[in-house]
Design a protein around this ligand. Structure first.
Ligand SMILES: [Fe+2]
Length: 291
């Protein structure tokens, strides 16, 4: 049987159509429509920007470099997804919550899953460097009932704006990371240090690209949280320092008004310390999905 004539005539006008025509032969019926959309938009970009083969080679080289920049401590692909707003948009689409529930934001590239659980009241500052910050709060449902034993995972940058996995030679492992379990009244409390804002890493291909474009790379000072409890949607979110000057230009689009909080200064002597309180409000998981 001879091939259909249109399949031999790949051109600018019908390129994505030809790709889509071959897809019904695909064994994976769910994958086919996704590939059709991805390729259609890719061809649209190419038709609009009209790169030369040499331009396209630079794109391939960039993506190759992004892959090579990833290792067990660094995730350059997540950074690219974050700074292009893809991660924030996916959260927006997938994590719409009832009014009053704590919103989700992006997880960011510095999360580690293998963090030790600590007793309530412990400090997560393993090197003791920075201004003391006491964090406390409550985990509750939309009706205000406490969620006992909710798991609170937290991670943050140090007073210079670096995470421990960015500075494995300078910071102790698991510095400024911890997992806590709320008490029977949903309360939690721990000690840490006041984090600084930071620039997203600009020593890799993603930072270099955006710097070249003159794009802001700052992230305002924040703490990261993930709150988990059986039967509830997991909350992945941030709390932001309301005094930070860069709240309006977060490089990864994570700032929401409900998540901006005043870090209250509780001492006036030469060793300032700070206090932060927050109530996390969890929504019931739909169809038993908790993630
Ligand atoms: Fe962060």
């Amino acid at each position: 049987m001879s091939p259909s004539p249109i399949a031999l005539d790949f051109n600018e006008a019908n390129s994505s159509e030809i790709f889509a025509q071959r897809l019904p032969q695909s064994k994976d019926k769910a994958l086919s429509p996704i590939l059709a959309v991805v390729v259609e938009h890719l061809h649209e970009i190419i038709k609009e920007l009209r790169p030369t083969p040499s331009d396209w080679r630079k794109v391939i080289d960039f993506l190759t470099e992004v892959g090579h920049a990833c290792d067990e401590r660094r995730q350059e692909w997540v950074l690219l997804s974050d700074v292009f707003g893809a991660s924030a948009l996916i959260e927006e689409i997938n994590s719409r919550r009832p009014k009053g529930a704590t919103p989700n934001t992006v997880r960011g590239p510095f999360f580690r899953a293998d963090v030790p659980e600590l007793p309530l009241g412990s400090t997560i500052s393993l090197d003791g460097i920075g201004e003391r910050l006491d964090v406390s709060g409550r985990v509750q449902d939309l009706d205000g009932h406490p969620i006992a034993s909710a798991e609170i995972v937290t991670w943050q940058a140090n007073a210079q704006g670096f995470y421990e996995n960015q500075q494995p030679d300078l910071q102790p492992e698991f510095n400024l990371r911890g997992i806590f379990r709320a008490d029977e009244n949903g309360h939690f409390y721990y000690r840490t240090i006041k984090p600084a804002g930071y620039g997203v890493p600009d020593d890799g291909p993603v930072g270099r690209l955006l710097r070249q474009a003159g794009y802001p790379l700052r992230r305002p000072a924040h703490l990261h949280f993930m709150i988990k409890a059986p039967g509830f949607e997991t909350i992945t979110t941030h709390l932001y320092d309301s005094s930070d000057q860069h709240l309006g230009e977060d490089a990864i689009f994570g700032v929401k008004p409900e998540l901006v909080r005043e870090f209250e200064r509780v001492s006036t002597d030469s060793a300032p310390s700070w206090r932060l309180e927050f109530t996390f409000v969890m929504a019931r998981a739909k169809r038993g999905v908790e993630g």
